[in-house]
Design a binder for this molecule. Structure first.
Ligand code: ADP
Ligand code: MG
Length: 411
């Protein structure tokens, strides 16, 4: 019998250890065994994101500049021989079983639609997938504007792709196809008319990089994002607020943009100039379009500022993006405004809401040395305003969706 390694063993004497799985991946793996009495054939993870700048521009054929988070959602899965998707979410303690034949426009709505809808949309895109058992576990805050929805879709898409004969490490073209299927699930099955920003980021991100996304031509450019080397970081302020008017307002903004484009005689607001927009006679449409056109220009300016390492300018662009979203697009709320003002007051280079708005999260560009002061200022501003405690953390640019465990032979 082997004697156990001595307590003072050097690392070379220690038994080899398997590489650590992200926490949600081992939770999903364990949950899968508990619920099905089998080990999952594959475990995949996909990240949440913060959009640095370029808000409400994706569905206007515009530009965005997101980073993926290191926080992920995991899907542990095995194929089934029937056409049923059985789903457990450990986060909300719910179970659902959905026949693929019953999935389509508007069904099932709610959380199961994100999972079954993704499998359905993959099949609609010609990817051969079938029934599966899936267990979900996530560390992306849900409904916080950090895209837990694209994270769950991306994890399911990667797992399903690996299970049914696709690669366990799909190339960028395959990832784009998966991202489109995820977006279709969210748009058609769940019924949320979001653009492609979230899914593209979750599927295509690379560690240490931001993504310059161009929704006119589908361009994806990976740009190094190493602000830590300059003593800076992105502080995420999850306000934990969710205002229920968010749901209808998103579709309303989208329709207003389409109407503004129609009145200006352009296909999308990407084609409109600031001067043209100022000529719109309807005040609401003029402000909506002004936000979109000016925000696209701010993304271009932010990319240029990053290139020349002008972080003061990047901060100013965050501030003007927030003002535009608050005043022209009208998607901010008191919690987001308080978060941004408090962060700026405590020395942040700039701050803005991120994500769709009406609650969710803000981001502040801060000096690492100022983190404690900014955090304290935000917390006390929330307390003074009678708001609930925010959740604060530093975002670092994480990797895109990936398979982290597989028992099947790689194809
Ligand atoms: P966000 O993407 O900003 O987190 P959304 O409203 O777009 O907010 O998506 C949140 C919804 O996605 C949840 O209400 C739920 O239906 C679904 N969802 C996300 N993550 C999970 C999860 N881990 N388990 C179950 N459902 C989830
Ligand atoms: Mg979402």
């Amino acid at each position: 019998m082997d004697s156990p390694a001595p307590l003072n063993a050097s690392p070379a004497d220690m038994p080899p250890r398997s590489p650590a799985l992200p926490e949600p991946a081992s939770a999903a793996q364990q949950g899968f065994i508990r619920h099905t009495a089998h080990s999952p054939e594959v475990v995949a993870v996909s990240p949440g994101r913060v959009n640095l700048i370029g808000e409400h521009t994706d569905y206007n054929a515009g530009l965005c500049l997101p980073i993926a988070l290191t926080q992920v959602t995991a899907a542990a899965a095995s194929a089934r021989t029937d056409e049923v998707v059985r789903i457990w979410s450990l986060d909300i303690d719910r179970h659902a079983a959905v026949a693929l034949a019953d999935v389509g426009e508007g069904k099932p709505r709610g959380w199961a639609g994100y999972v079954a809808g993704t499998v359905w949309a993959m099949r609609e895109a010609g990817i051969p997938v079938g029934g599966m058992d899936v267990v979900i576990s996530s560390e992306v805050p849900v409904g916080a504007g950090l895209s837990s929805s694209a994270a769950i879709e991306g994890a399911v898409a990667m797992a399903a792709f690996a299970l049914f004969g696709g690669s366990i490490d799909p190339d960028d073209d395959a990832r784009r196809t998966l991202a489109l299927a995820c977006q279709r699930a969210e748009n058609e099955v769940v019924g949320a008319p979001t653009g492609g920003l979230d899914q593209t980021t979750s599927l295509l991100a690379r560690p240490g990089h931001a993504l310059e996304l161009d929704f006119r031509d589908g361009g994806v450019h990976h740009t190094p994002f190493d602000i830590a080397a300059h003593g800076l970081e992105v502080l995420v302020i999850d306000t934990r607020a969710h205002h229920s008017l968010a749901d209808g307002q998103y579709g309303k903004r989208r329709a207003e943009c389409e109407e503004a484009a129609r009145l200006l005689g352009v296909e999308t607001l990407r084609e409109a100039s600031q001067d043209q927009v100022e000529g719109l006679t309807d005040g609401v449409l003029r402000r909506r379009a002004r936000h979109v056109v000016s925000e696209i220009a701010r993304v271009e300016a932010a990319v240029a500022a990053l290139e020349r390492e002008d972080f003061a300018e990047l901060g100013r662009l965050f501030d003007s993006s927030h003002a535009s979203l608050r005043d022209d697009y009208e998607v901010s709320c008191p919690e987001l405004d308080v978060a941004c003002e408090a962060a700026r007051g405590a020395g942040a280079l700039g701050a803005r809401m991120t994500g769709g708005g009406f609650g969710g999260s803000a981001i502040a560009l801060i000096e690492t040395s100022a983190r404690e002061a900014v955090e304290a200022a935000v917390r006390s501003a929330f307390a003074e305003a009678g708001l609930g405690e925010p959740n604060l953390f530093v975002a670092s640019p994480g990797a895109g969706a990936r398979v982290v465990l597989t028992t099947a032979e790689p194809q």
